[in-house]
Design a protein around this ligand. Structure first.
Ligand code: SF4
Length: 327
């Protein structure tokens, strides 16, 4: 498969407060939310960014879309570095790359009907010739997200929809500009378990219908396995393991991935009885005061002396990329 998007050494650092004395000494501090993340997204694939909260997965995705300004690195899309393109071209990128947020209730304007929500991006981008054309496009996208008959939903406000219907409208809004690349930021985590699978299946059908590529953010490895072709496991602003979902979940190499996988519930009690949970202590260190060496070191059950001295680089090991001294 051809590469659609390449992320190279992406960094997003936010300035942090310093004490009065430190400011006199000219000291600066940063929250290193994303600190040198690299991975590729193949056209038509679903790349899952996984990790616990604070790992930097959402900031990585937002930096790719330039919803936050990165501190450094590259995002190469169709031969161009998105982080360097002028504002005029940024508008084109924002049409081709859309986002579906976690909470549709917050991401939809409560004062706008479904019709206005969906037609607004068409008007802003001057993509329609006539009212009939606009209505046809809105109608089609509502059918595509299975809100049928479309006429029944066009005049409704967000509070007149169920959670699942609201997320279908949010997906329709992402689709209306006919994008190529979609960031889905925990798109089913606010929904009832009973409708999660329906929305995930819908997203996979839409990928085929629209020729989409997804960057799918989740903390749930079961969802990553269901949706993903590739996985990027993140810990404290770094990618620690990158590879095919099947291989990484079947045989994790990085200790942090092993910990995450050992905690995934197994439905079969016989398999569950043989699965040993790997416990880790404490919370992740502060992204302002990172420990020397491996940033997973203070919690890693396998840490050795070298881990507290040198930071491991992400490198190729048996067809995937891993950042660990012991692999
Ligand atoms: Fe654990 Fe050391 Fe590997 Fe870090 S480098 S994950 S501390 S074994």
């Amino acid at each position: 498969m051809e590469t659609l998007l390449k992320v190279e050494d992406l960094r997003v650092w936010f300035p942090a407060r310093v004490s009065f004395i430190e400011s006199l000494r000219g000291k600066k501090r940063y929250v290193k939310a994303v600190d040198g993340v690299s991975f590729e997204v193949k056209r038509g694939s679903v790349v899952c960014l996984v990790g616990e909260s604070g790992s930097g997965k959402t900031t990585t995705a937002r930096a790719i879309l330039r919803l936050v300004e990165p501190t450094g690195g590259k995002v190469i899309y169709e031969g161009k570095n998105i982080l360097e393109i002028p504002k005029k071209e940024l508008r084109k990128w924002r049409k081709e790359a859309q986002i579906i947020f976690q909470d549709p209730y917050e991401s939809l304007d409560p004062r706008m009907t479904v019709y206005d929500t969906l037609s607004e991006p068409l008007r802003v981008n001057k993509l329609i010739g006539s009212e009939e054309e606009e209505r046809e496009l809105v109608s089609k996208v509502l059918e595509d997200v299975r809100l049928v008959p479309p006429e029944e939903f066009m005049g409704r406000f967000p509070h007149e929809l169920s959670g699942g219907q609201r997320q279908r409208v949010a997906i329709a809004r992402a689709l209306i500009l006919n994008p190529k690349f979609i960031v889905a930021d925990e798109p089913v985590s606010m929904l009832d378990a009973s409708i999660r699978t329906q929305i995930l299946n819908l997203m996979m059908d839409l990928r085929d219908m629209y020729g989409l590529t997804y960057l799918y953010i989740t903390h749930d490895l079961a969802q990553a396995r269901y949706m993903g072709s590739d996985i990027v496991v993140m810990y404290l602003g770094k990618a620690v393991e990158v590879g095919s979902v099947e291989e990484v979940i079947r045989e994790p190499m990085h200790p942090y991935t092993k910990v995450l996988i050992s905690h995934v519930p197994v439905p079969d009690p016989k398999v569950a009885a043989t699965r040993k949970k790997i416990e880790i202590k404490g919370e992740p260190p502060s992204p302002i005061d990172l420990p020397p060496g491996c940033r997973f070191g203070p919690r890693c059950p396998f840490a050795k002396e070298i881990c507290f001295k040198e930071e491991p680089e992400l490198r190729w090991v048996n067809g995937r990329m891993v950042a660990c001294h012991l692999v």
